[in-house]
Design a protein around this ligand. Structure first.
Ligand code: GLP
Length: 261
């Protein structure tokens, strides 16, 4: 795993966007795995800027989102469908039929989950999966104790995640209890993983992810099993990493490493 520490959120987002842009420049028909949450917003803004100012082309790109709340329709302001259109899809030129987001309103979740897995395979697999991280160390909505070989499925959210996400809803009771999420096994099949995290609230989860044991109690720690996983964090999120100087040394010595703002 590669850990890249940047001085602030803007620099972190810029480096992450450069990694995505490099992929699109070498593979214009890449399959991107998308994440929601506040953390990737800066990365999406930078990709939109590269699209509008530097002609970064998404016309042949296909996307698969990690997850969606169960029970929220696509127009609900807190649905991940709405989030993605609002913050990214409406600003770039991805053909709408190339956009895949789990359905939060299907009548048959097991069948939908099987279809989603097959659709990823039919599209050639995910080239690069963008990830955020929950304060409990989850990726997607793979809560603690999720199997590290899990596939796309319905998942019950943890109390911690419901508390964390209550800020987006009028009342805590409005936060959905279930979500549909790609599994850890699904995520690990992407050819490259790019996890972004910012702020003190993520420092413990990041230390556990990068330096802790691989455990289903911190599903992001499964990134240690992947041969091409990059974790990009700001200073605050890096604050509990014990090998921090080593990561800086590696990055500084890396030829042609992307540089932040
Ligand atoms: C949700 C999403 C995750 C995301 C997490 C953190 O739980 N399912 O994919 O990583 O929120 O969100 P934020 O970036 O807002 O802290």
């Amino acid at each position: 795993m590669e850990a890249i520490i940047q001085s602030n959120y803007a620099a972190m987002s810029k480096i992450a966007a450069q990694i995505v842009a490099e992929l699109l420049n070498t593979k214009p028909n890449a399959v991107l795995g998308m994440a929601t949450g506040s953390t990737p917003l800066g990365l999406y803004q930078e990709l939109v800027r590269l699209h509008t100012r530097e002609q970064l082309d998404f016309s042949r790109v296909t996307t698969f989102n990690l997850d969606e709340y169960v029970g929220l329709n696509a127009n609900h302001p807190q649905s991940y469908h709405h989030f993605m259109h609002e913050h990214f899809f409406q600003h770039v030129n991805i053909p709408p039929h190339n956009i895949n987001i789990p359905s939060g309103t299907t009548s048959n979740y097991p069948a939908f989950c099987d279809w989603y897995e097959k659709r990823i395979v039919e599209c050639g697999g995910i080239d690069l999966q963008i990830l955020g991280i929950g304060t409990d160390g989850h990726i997607g909505f793979n809560e603690p104790t999720s199997s590290l070989s899990s596939r796309t499925r319905l998942k019950t959210l943890s109390k911690q995640t419901i508390d964390d996400n209550a800020r987006f809803f009028d009342r805590r009771a409005d936060v959905p209890v279930y979500a549909i999420t790609m599994g850890v096994g699904t995520i690990l099949e992407a050819r490259k993983l790019l996890l972004v995290a910012s702020g003190n609230g993520k420092a413990k989860a990041i230390a556990q992810t990068v330096e802790g044991p691989v455990t289903s109690m911190v599903t992001a720690s499964a990134l240690q099993l992947h041969r091409d996983a990059v974790v990009i964090v700001d200073e605050a999120a890096a604050s509990q990493l014990t090998m921090r100087d080593y990561y800086d040394f590696i990055y500084a010595a890396k030829p042609a490493a992307p540089r932040g703002a």
